[in-house]
Design a protein around this ligand. Structure first.
Ligand code: SF4
Length: 214
């Protein structure tokens, strides 16, 4: 895909949604960190339902540690892998207090040292909590990047590398959210909504869907 097309794709995505944001509900970097850890293999909607109750009683590392693993698990039990996630959250809280005075660090290495936090989660925190131009490649972004030809790659690392290279700099900070939302609501996994897609004429996917005829 050439640079003119890439520029036009993001110009249109921006025109549709000038200030894209995560659908996870959070008020502080720490709340976002917990929400993103919980969101692995879970929908944002289910995470928001669980964190509404949890954050009302505890929304700092100190408060979650005091609440304890069993009670955290109880608040998040509607989410997949909740026992492992409760354990990781407890361990992450301990490290945040020991190493970072209870604050979420603004550094990739320190974030990735936290239990339950991998490269993707660190990218989300750096981008969404701290405004850094990182791009976390999740299943939606991986699919959209490959289908459109924007940043094709066999692995998430390859796609991330290409996106960081090819997304025009002035769009890089918000690219993560535009691509996720595009994948979640338009370029859907099983049946992309190509007839209604704002970037249809720029997309290089060979199997675009056609309008249904009654
Ligand atoms: S045209 Fe279809 S495949 Fe291409 S980005 Fe739009 S929805 Fe996805």
């Amino acid at each position: 895909m050439n640079a003119v097309k890439r520029e036009e794709i993001f110009r249109r995505l921006k025109a549709l949604n000038p200030a894209p944001a995560t659908e996870l509900v959070y008020r502080t970097p720490f709340e976002l960190l917990v929400a993103v850890v919980l969101s692995a293999q879970a929908t944002d909607k289910s995470v928001n339902l669980a964190t509404r109750g949890l954050f009302a009683v505890a929304n700092t590392p100190q408060a979650l540690l005091a609440l304890g693993e069993e009670r955290i698990a109880d608040y998040i039990k509607s989410i997949g892998l909740f026992r492992t996630k409760a354990k990781n959250i407890m361990a992450a809280c301990r490290l945040l207090i020991e190493r970072h005075a209870g604050e979420v660090p603004r550094a990739r290495e320190a974030l990735e040292a936290l239990p339950g936090v991998g490269r993707k989660t660190a990218n989300v925190i750096l981008n969404t909590a701290f405004g850094e131009p990182t791009i976390a490649v999740d299943t939606h972004i991986f699919r959209v990047s490959n289908r459109t030809g924007l940043a094709p790659g066999k692995t998430v690392d390859e796609v991330e590398r290409k996106l960081l290279k090819f997304v025009p700099e002035h769009y890089r900070k918000d690219a993560h959210h535009w691509l996720i939302l595009h994948g979640r609501y338009t370029c859907k996994a099983r049946k992309p909504d190509c007839p209604a897609c704002a970037i249809r004429d720029l997309c290089e996917y060979r199997s675009k869907t056609e309008p249904t005829v009654d």
